[in-house]
Design a binder for this molecule. Structure first.
Ligand code: ATP
Ligand code: MG
Length: 270
């Protein structure tokens, strides 16, 4: 099994990182992919969003996984109510990890080591990151093959992106040269407003073909589903929000399994 590890990242708060991690992962699991969600946010929204708030294995949460030494990483994995969808949970303890990690050896690459040992057990691993560019997000970017960037279609969507792009450049230079942008996802889109349309045009102009064709609309069901501890595809499969994430999963799979783009200049050998 060739595992792809994706970090869902944007240091801006409330842009749909957690919603995207849960619902893209759930849609992929329903399409027969084996998927692991990793909660790297002390808010624990990902953990509660799949109905596992307060739960952990005997080994503990991601906090113990990051700060311990040498535990078998499989020991941290919980099953969810969707077959093929698994979780390494987080709780408030993870807040301390930002500080605890500082004095540990390999502080930037502890998640990479942990997930590296799980690599051949899943098709996809999605890491949900907190709204900051601290050590938890850094660990997530160092561990990932690619980053998926959700952007909410609001006036300030592109603001702060220069910081994220600079961080990606630093991570590539220092720790993870292969780190790729898997795609940019427009979320919370309201196509009825001129502003929504204008922002969507700006995002496509900036990121060109990195932007997924699928756009996630603003949809109340997406906001309600987490309070029931359910991905929207289980909470209300017929909602526009659910349909959008199922469509995104299809586009995501097509992109991930497409042959790599031809290089700009052809290499001649011999
Ligand atoms: N497309 C959408 N339509 C309506 N509500 C949404 C949509 N996407 C997300 N939400 C809601 O908006 C809020 C923020 O979304 P979410 O938690 O996914 O963002 P986030 O980027 O993970 O936030 P944080 O930075 O705090 O981790 C949540 O209450 C969520 O349920
Ligand atoms: Mg979140």
């Amino acid at each position: 099994m060739i595992t792809r590890i994706l970090s869902v990242a944007n240091q801006k708060g409330g842009v749909g990182k957690t919603t995207t991690a849960i619902n893209l992962a759930a849609s992929l699991a329903l399409a027969d992919q084996k998927v692991l969600l990793v909660d790297m946010d002390p808010q624990g929204n990902l953990t509660s969003g799949v109905g596992l708030k307060g739960q952990a294995t005997a080994a503990g949460t991601i906090y113990e996984g990051l700060t311990g030494d040498g535990e078998d990483p499989s020991a941290f994995v919980l099953p969810t109510q969707i077959a093929g969808l698994f979780l390494i949970p987080a709780d408030r303890n993870l807040t301390g990890a930002e500080i605890d990690l500082v004095t540990l050896p390999n502080r930037e690459s502890r998640l990479r080591t942990l997930l590296g040992a799980l690599r051949d057990q899943f098709d996809y691993i999605f890491i949900d990151t907190p709204p900051s560019l601290g050590l938890l997000t850094l660990n997530s970017l160092v561990a990932a093959d690619a980053v998926l960037i959700p952007l909410n279609c609001e006036y300030f969507a592109l603001e702060g992106l220069a910081d994220l792009v600079a961080t990606l450049r630093r991570v590539r230079a220092a720790f993870n040269p292969g780190l790729d942008i898997a795609g940019v996802l427009m979320t919370m889109h309201d196509e009825r407003t001129n502003l929504g349309q204008q922002v969507a045009r700006d995002i496509r102009a900036f990121f060109t073909d990195r932007v997924y064709t699928t756009v996630i609309p603003r949809n109340v069901r997406l906001g309600e589903a987490p309070s029931h501890g359910l991905p929207v595809v289980l909470y209300d499969a017929k909602s526009r929000g659910a349909e959008a994430y199922v469509t995104l999963a299809r586009e995501f799979l097509a992109r991930e399994t497409a042959p790599p783009a031809a290089p700009a200049t052809e290499q001649h050998h011999g």
